[in-house]
Design a protein around this ligand. Structure first.
Ligand SMILES: NC(=O)c1ccc[n+]([C@@H]2O[C@H](COP(=O)([O-])OP(=O)(O)OC[C@H]3O[C@@H](n4cnc5c(N)ncnc54)[C@H](O)[C@@H]3O)[C@@H](O)[C@H]2O)c1
Length: 293
């Protein structure tokens, strides 16, 4: 018997914060949302998940982990069954995504877009009234020009023949940069659709598009980025950061702070939009005619 009284997690029976992906940004977001909610963290990587749960538990959070490959409908269905036995979800932060290091554009699309759809299907029925979901997208979602055919395709990424139809529309198999751009546009569209579907239940959905953020994922992608000047050339991260009106990349905490606000009651009338958190990078791209919105 310890000779002290342990704190009991008084909010363990209250609705959860569900965080999908416990990489750099996911863990930062979990730390913020876990100050007010019991946490359920989901990741494919069992070792990373166990380590994150152990560290957060040590730091006093009420936290559980659930291993799940979000590209596998059987596994996201099982996640839904776990959520059905929970007190419900007050805040959902969908963060998991992969970059070009995955080495296959089809797999990238499966994680970055289909995974978001499967998570929404699993979590949606368990969101409680007053709850909110934030889908982490990317400023890259603004790069495809507006196109009704493209948007109709991206709305249904689980449809048979989706990848072939996308490659046909693109003119060839998209490279990793374009796959990411399309997947993240699809994520924005998903959040917009969910806002309409979930709104009558008093559940909000938004997407958040980080610009250039210093994170483990960004560093793993290498020292260069596409120039977005209409050529195939790449530029250094430093040169890219100088395009941003604030003249620097952002930090994970600058994204986390906005997520924390978006799921809070302070944002209770904010629904169905994308929020770029990018130091003004989108505005600079628009001024240069790189993007059309
Ligand atoms: N860093 C930037 O500059 C930048 C810019 C724009 C957007 N973003 C977005 O921010 C997020 C970055 O998050 P992060 O820093 O936590 O990334 P990260 O790479 O550190 O972590 C991603 C996590 O997702 C998990 N994951 C991968 N595939 C999975 C699957 N199939 N099922 C379940 N989990 C899976 C990984 O195991 C990992 O823990 C991504 O959505 C990314 O697209 C980042």
């Amino acid at each position: 018997m310890p000779d002290y009284v342990e704190r009991t997690a008084y909010y363990a029976e209250a609705p959860l914060a569900l965080v999908i992906g416990c990489g750099g940004l996911g863990t930062s977001i979990a730390r913020a949302l876990g100050r007010r909610h019991a946490l359920l963290i989901v990741d494919l990587d069992g070792g990373r998940l166990a380590q994150t749960v152990a560290t957060l538990t040590h730091d006093g959070y009420t936290v559980a982990g659930h291993r799940c490959d979000i590209t596998d409908p059987a596994q996201t269905k099982a996640l839904g069954e776990v959520l059905a036995k929970s007190p419900g979800i007050r805040a959902l932060a969908h963060v998991a995504a992969v970059g070009m290091s995955i080495g296959d554009w089809r797999k990238m699309m499966a994680v970055d877009l289909v995974g978001a759809h499967l998570v929404a299907e699993a979590a949606g029925p368990h969101m409680v009234s007053g709850g909110a979901a934030v889908f982490i997208s990317s400023l890259a979602s603004y790069l495809p020009a507006r196109d009704a055919k493209l948007e109709a395709l991206l709305a249904e990424p689980q449809r048979q023949g989706f990848l072939t139809a996308l490659a046909d529309l693109h003119g060839k198999e998209p490279d990793f940069d374009w796959t990411y751009n399309y997947a993240k546009l699809g994520v924005n569209m998903l959040a917009e659709r969910l806002a309409v579907e979930w709104g009558p239940r008093q559940v909000r959905a938004v997407s958040l598009s980080p610009g250039m953020i210093d994170s483990p994922m960004a560093r793993a992608e290498g020292p260069t980025l596409p120039s977005h000047d209409g050529t195939e050339t790449r530029v250094s991260r430093g040169d890219k950061a100088r395009e941003i009106p604030l003249g620097r990349q952002g930090s994970m905490i600058e994204i986390t702070n906005v997520v924390d606000f978006l799921v809070s009651d302070g944002a209770s009338f904010l629904n169905g939009i994308d929020i770029p958190v990018d130091g003004g990078h989108r505005a600079a791209w628009r001024a240069k005619g790189v993007i059309d919105r």
